[in-house]
Design a protein around this ligand. Structure first.
Ligand SMILES: [Zn+2]
Length: 180
């Protein structure tokens, strides 16, 4: 799966887990405001771990990187540039649609969702062998999702758009007030 998709999904899953745990611990609005003042370490840790775990799932589901492999975004030889620009745009969208502690959790969970692909890069440029990779979907312990045509397209870009849509949607619903 493309790294920018991993980033978007990691950020959405991670911030979702963070918000669920925070809202369970601090069901009332006043308490939630207090909670927003300082980072909730267990919730943030769980969110960031969920971001990493999402990389496993998004690698294992059917995907084909269609837009990318067909050079529809940029000719394929520019893939590092494409990943970089798309990732920056995604981080930017997350930054403007989130606030407070959630922003940091979302950005770090997104980063952690994408980071395992450094291994894919190292394999790609033949700096390490596949079997030396640590991540289970990179060393073959968990098989990589196959390209199943249209189904893959829906899974891949559906999860990208759902993740980004979630940030836009949640930024429009009334939020806890920020501590001043
Ligand atoms: Zn991967």
């Amino acid at each position: 799966m493309d790294t920018f998709v991993h980033i978007a999904v990691g950020a959405a899953v991670g911030s979702g887990v963070y918000e669920i745990i925070v809202s369970r611990n601090f069901p009332s609005l006043e308490n939630a405001e207090t909670a927003n003042n300082k980072i909730n370490i267990p919730a943030a840790t769980s969110g960031i771990l969920a971001g990493i775990a999402s990389h496993l799932v998004t690698d294992a589901v059917p995907h084909g990187d269609y837009l990318v492999n067909h050079g529809l975004l940029l000719p394929n030889k520019y893939w590092p540039l494409r990943e970089f620009i798309a990732s920056l745009l995604i981080f930017g969208l997350i930054a403007v649609t989130t606030r407070g502690q959630l922003r940091w959790v979302a950005l770090i969970a997104g980063l952690m969702g994408g980071l395992p692909d450094i291994e894919s890069l190292l394999i790609g440029i033949r700096l390490i062998e596949k079997k030396q990779a640590l991540f289970p979907t990179h060393n073959g312990l968990i098989p990589h999702g196959k390209n199943l045509g249209l189904k893959s397209l829906l899974v891949e870009y559906g999860s990208l758009l759902t993740s980004l849509g979630w940030f836009v949607f949640r930024s429009r619903i009334p939020q806890r007030r920020e501590p001043s």
